[in-house]
Design a protein around this ligand. Structure first.
Ligand code: ARG
Length: 462
């Protein structure tokens, strides 16, 4: 090695890399978070090399010992991360060599940082996926708990944010359960494509050593190996898919957040969010703000941004590995942190922090003629074509509006002025309870159906 060598790789360089470029190209500040995955991947690689006779048993024992020391140092906060060593991979390799000598220098046999980083990232995202899946299930359980408590609590269902038809609050929450159930499916599906081993691809073309990729895959719990070496080192589809799944989780969280904020406004006053999820104002002593849902709604934007960043990162890259890919980590890490923190808080908030004000929900149902469709359905069942029934009820609503009362407050005589088909039994369909109970098919809002849906949801999660 020439005396000016400062890097693992600058044997053919004529001058040292400038300090600014060093800082510009280093990733250790952020990719050190993958140290566990990096050590795990290296140990599986080394074990395979030893098994294949490419590395001696003694070298492998030294590598294992060195890695155990390094893991303990990092865990304890004693490891010195150095910008000069560029990234997590070279930092660990350098330390390994300092600890165990030549065995450390032999670790990189038959491997490149290109397949190494792709492996680390897949291991990291697989762990993150498992963490997110567990939290999604926790959050779904919280939704079911609240839905069960409020399975028969009537509230206005809205379309165009105008009163549409009565629904139960439990039913409304189950809509969110379905969204997050799809998120679970998406992450579980994405996990299959994350869970493939790039190692063995080396820099791009494979390696000349008699390696056993299947063994390494089994060691690391991968379902199989990436089948083309060029694709193995350059593919980041799994990362984009993962981020897209994160973006959709945030979309769902954001929609719920928007509703929570609306429901907490005194004009609606449908819920109270416990103080531990709110903050006050520095000037207005009376304020209690729903900061958690607001912030979650805001943070949704950054995850969308990360997805766009990753898609853009890939679109112009020729095969195979390009340094561009170093830029994949920060968006992914931030997406992981954002989704994990958000789901944690939401599971707690929905599970223990929301008080429902059933009176305010019921009061809102007396405005907006929420049972008008039920009246039209009633007339249809008495033989009137639906379009005619629609027109009759339109007139009835207008009359009730002028009188300033709900449909159920009109007298039979007043109702019959619009259609003689209406008889005493009409009042049963004009009540909120009647309206809810009538929608008792699968997916409907009848309290008995909501309870059945909750039981079925619990089964699906088991
Ligand atoms: N730090 C790099 C990354 O994050 C590791 C791979 C670098 N490979 C290379 N040949 N420069 O992608």
């Amino acid at each position: 090695m020439s005396s000016q060598t400062q890097y693992t790789w600058d044997g053919c360089f004529d001058e040292p890399v400038s300090d600014l470029v060093k800082r510009y190209t280093a990733s250790v500040d952020f990719d050190q978070r993958m140290w566990r995955q990096d050590i795990r991947g290296s140990l599986a690689h080394a074990r395979m090399l030893a098994r294949q006779g490419i590395l001696s048993a003694q070298d492998f024992a030294d590598i294992e010992r060195g890695m155990a020391t390094i893991a303990a140092e990092i865990e304890a906060g004693d490891f010195v991360w150095s910008l000069a060593q560029e990234d997590v991979h070279l930092n660990i390799e350098k330390r390994l060599t300092a600890l165990v000598g030549d065995a450390g220098k032999r670790l990189h046999t038959g491997r490149s940082r290109n397949d190494q980083v792709a492996t680390d990232l897949r291991l990291y995202l697989r762990d993150a996926t498992d963490g997110i899946l567990a939290l999604l299930r926790e959050f779904q359980t919280a939704l079911l708990t609240l839905a069960e408590r409020e399975a028969a609590t009537p509230m206005p269902g809205f379309t165009h944010l105008q009163v549409a038809q009565p629904v139960t609050f439990g039913h409304h929450l189950l809509a969110y359960f379905e969204m997050f159930a799809r998120d679970v499916e998406r992450f579980a599906d994405c996990r299959k494509r994350i869970n493939r081993l790039p190692l063995g691809a080396a820099a791009l073309a494979g390696t000349t050593y008699p390696i056993d990729r299947e063994f390494v895959a089994r060691e690391l719990g991968f379902e199989g190996v990436c089948l083309n070496s060029l694709d193995a080192v350059s593919d980041r589809d799994f990362a984009i898919e993962f981020c897209a799944a994160c973006a959709l989780v945030m979309t769902h969280i954001s929609r719920l957040s928007e509703e929570l904020v609306l429901w907490m406004n005194p004009r609606m006053g449908f819920i109270r969010i416990a103080d531990r999820f709110c903050t006050g104002s520095s000037i207005m002593p009376q304020k209690k703000n729903p900061d958690v849902p607001e912030l979650a709604r805001g943070k949704t934007g950054r995850v969308y941004g990360h997805l766009t960043a990753l898609l853009t990162l890939m679109k112009g890259q020729p095969l195979a590995y390009n340094k561009d890919n170093q830029e994949d980590k920060e968006p992914l890490f931030d997406a992981v942190d954002t989704v994990i923190d958000t789901l944690r808080i939401f599971a707690d908030m929905v599970g223990t922090g929301i008080t429902v004000k059933a009176g305010a929900m019921a009061a809102a149902l007396t405005q907006g003629f929420a049972t008008a469709t039920d009246l039209a359905d009633y007339l249809v069942k008495k033989g009137l074509p639906f379009r005619d029934a629609h027109a009759v009820v339109g007139g009835t609503v207008k009359a009730a509006e002028q009188k300033g009362v709900d449909l159920s407050a009109l007298s039979l005589a007043e109702l019959q002025a619009f259609s003689s088909l209406m008889t005493e039994d009409v009042f049963a369909v004009l009540t909120v309870e009647g309206s809810l109970a009538a929608r008792k098919h699968i997916g409907g809002t009848a309290p008995e159906q909501v309870r059945a849906a909750i039981a079925a949801a619990r089964q699906r999660m088991a």
